[in-house]
Design a protein around this ligand. Structure first.
Ligand SMILES: O=C(O)CCC(=O)C(=O)O
Ligand SMILES: [Fe+2]
Length: 344
């Protein structure tokens, strides 16, 4: 059992126009982001859950291929970001993660694989794979804008303020991943995926039904400091709280906010640590979609957040970032030290 809220996005779908219902959802999003930074988003009225299942099945087919087949679309053929990444190639907090992955990013004009992040996506030659994944990307991009608008209202933004925020996310530099997790060996002191915060805007995670794999760190004053936090940035490692399971729920994606929301809200909303510890005997598959700001978006504290904070005292403004520069700094390590995307 977990205590993360379940929020149904249905009232915000274009065909539904009941403003009272929309406001209630926006309030629920605001409360969830203040308290957890994580929630279940019920999208069963938006997509047929069978479509998400198909993505997991396709990913499973790919990961089941012989190693040399998978290596044919290795990220080292490209910009070291787009493509297949072997088991344990990703490193978080100094430890190899017990997963393999396949990453796709927003296509770029004039691709150049010698430039970080600027190469071309590589799709497996499994029938339907490319079409089904591209269709999901389109669905999730549209969902990103819907959730952002609902959150803007929850934060008390005016329609004009929303339009300005919308212009920062309307050409999202999105990332789509398929991740394959063999069981973590019992004697391993590592993680399937080490504790990290997502660095962008909104993550929509669909995972197969495997329970007790994804864990979310609930901040609780008086709880113990982050266990197993070795290697985390000090201010994160010093947070107090407990780990809870965020098991998949039918019809829902697990949604969490990334570090860009911390900046937009000047720390009012916190991006939350999570990790994967998969010790059951099956091969687990998850397919997160990362809805991110535009590459050139200048992300800075929003006036609406300052209005809320103004009532509780003065909070120093967080430093603005240009999303693309922030992203390059995050993944830049991949290209030099062979470090992974979750490393700070
Ligand atoms: O596989 C999961 O459940 C979570 C993956 C994750 O946190 C990520 O890719 O950022
Ligand atoms: Fe994550």
């Amino acid at each position: 059992m977990s205590s993360l809220p379940i929020i149904n996005i249905a009232p915000w779908l274009p065909q539904n126009t009941d403003n009272t219902a929309r406001e209630a959802i926006s309030k629920a999003l605001h409360a969830a982001c203040l308290e957890f930074g994580f929630f279940y988003l019920d999208i069963s009225e938006y997509v047929d859950p069978a479509v998400a299942d198909e993505l997991a099945t396709l990913a499973r087919q790919f990961f089941a291929l012989p190693q040399e087949e998978k290596d044919k679309i290795s990220l080292s053929n490209q910009d070291h970001a787009r493509g297949y990444q072997r088991l344990k190639e990703n490193v978080t907090n100094g430890k190899a993660d017990n997963h393999e992955g396949l990453d796709f990013y927003r296509p770029v004009e004039n691709p150049d694989k010698s430039r970080p992040l600027w190469g071309e996506n590589q799709f497996p030659s499994i029938p339907d794979f490319k079409d089904k994944y591209e269709a999901w990307v389109e669905k999730m991009k549209a969902l990103g804008l819907i959730v952002m608008e609902a959150m803007a209202l929850g934060l008390g933004m005016t329609p004009e303020e929303w339009l300005e925020l919308r212009s920062q996310v309307d050409d999202s530099f999105w990332v789509m991943r398929a991740i394959g997790y063999p069981p973590l060996p019992n004697d391993s002191d590592g993680f399937s995926c080490g504790a990290h915060k997502d660095y962008g805007c909104l993550t929509f995670l669909y995972a197969d039904p495997t329970p007790s794999a994804l864990q979310v760190f609930l901040r609780q004053t008086g709880g113990s400091v982050v266990p197993d936090a070795a290697g985390l940035p000090a201010e994160q490692g010093a947070e107090e709280g407990i780990w809870i399971n965020a098991d998949p729920l039918p019809g829902c994606v697990v949604c969490n906010i990334g570090e860009m929301w911390e900046i937009w809200t000047n720390g009012l909303y916190k991006s939350t640590l999570h990790r994967v510890v998969h010790r059951s005997s099956n091969y687990r598959v998850s397919v997160p979609f990362f809805f991110e700001p535009n590459f050139d978006a200048r992300v800075k504290p929003l006036a609406a957040a300052n209005r809320i904070q103004g009532t509780t005292g003065t909070v120093p403004d967080k430093q603005p970032v240009v999303y693309g520069e922030f992203l390059m700094a995050k993944v830049g390590n991949n290209f030099t030290g062979g470090k992974g995307r979750y490393d700070d």
